[in-house]
Design a protein around this ligand. Sequence first.
Ligand code: SF4
Length: 220
Amino acid sequence: MSYLEEDYLQLSGIQHFEFCRRQWALIHIEQLWEENYLTVSGDIMHERAHDKNLTEKRKDLIITRGMPIFSRELGISGECDVVEFKRDDKNGIELNGYEGKYNVIPVEYKHGEGIEADRIQLTAQVICLEEMLCCSIEYGYLYYGKTRHREKITITQEYRKRVADDVKEMHAYMERQYTPKVKPKKSCQSCSLKDRCVPKLAKTDSVKKYIKERIEEDDI
Ligand code: SF4
């Protein structure tokens, strides 16, 4: 299956979707967004990664910032913070205008500590790059601003399947314009949309139940 460009979803939304399906739908279907400390810090990290928006070469390494990426098969598009092309004349791919062959290695910048959703987002980037550049990518890096450390992530079949499953579900929600119901959880505390989503309301009784109980009270 191949998606039309107008139906592409934002690749970065996969992270919202992994955090909470309802949060993804509020942002991407209902177009709601609230900044909080975590989202602002994340934006600053990405601006820093993208600020040069150029390609530089250091010995056997070519570094590209803010590279647009997409996958027709998944129906997603976005940007890579950084893609490193590391010279490997045996296993790499040819790059227009450069001598030799290169391995492709995406590097995603993150503000906080490592979470599974970061790995899923990185995997989605890998799938896009593989489709665009006709190559295979075994690993990428997540760079964490908090620790100033980058973690090597092996792109497993399990991650690839999770990306495919997530994206399929996202397209289905988008097509139906459906926002999943509130499911309160611990992570609601750090959610930038908690004031709009109002997860506490999920714990209150439904209107139907409330009216039924009031009628029963009156009958006593
Ligand atoms: S407040 Fe909780 S249920 Fe609502 S969007 Fe955020 S994480 Fe999801």
